[in-house]
Design a protein. Sequence first.
Length: 123
Amino acid sequence: MGDKKAVEKAVEKAPALPSAEVLDRLFTTVLARKGADPETSYTAKLYSRGTAKIAQKVGEEAVEAILEAVRGDKAALAAESADLLYHLLVLWADLGLDPAEVWSKLAQREGTSGIDEKKSRKA
């Protein structure tokens, strides 16, 4: 009985693991960088270079993530995936796409076969 309480206390004190909520916080930061000085903010520099450049960066980061996946390097894949998600958030912000719209699309597809979902897009 005492061991169970000790485990419960340890679990209560354990730091929370990062979750997808970090994407919402990062998006808020990315939005705040609009209009910032491109000399002091990488995000502002991306905005200043335009949508095509931002989209190019998304593509580059996607390729880098794919390469790490093929290599089987999970740590490098995690780092490249973080870069990809960051650049994707910048692209969304640049185009005025709220992440909630993407989350909504994902929620609509939840529980649907990928094959069925793709067929519905062709119809």
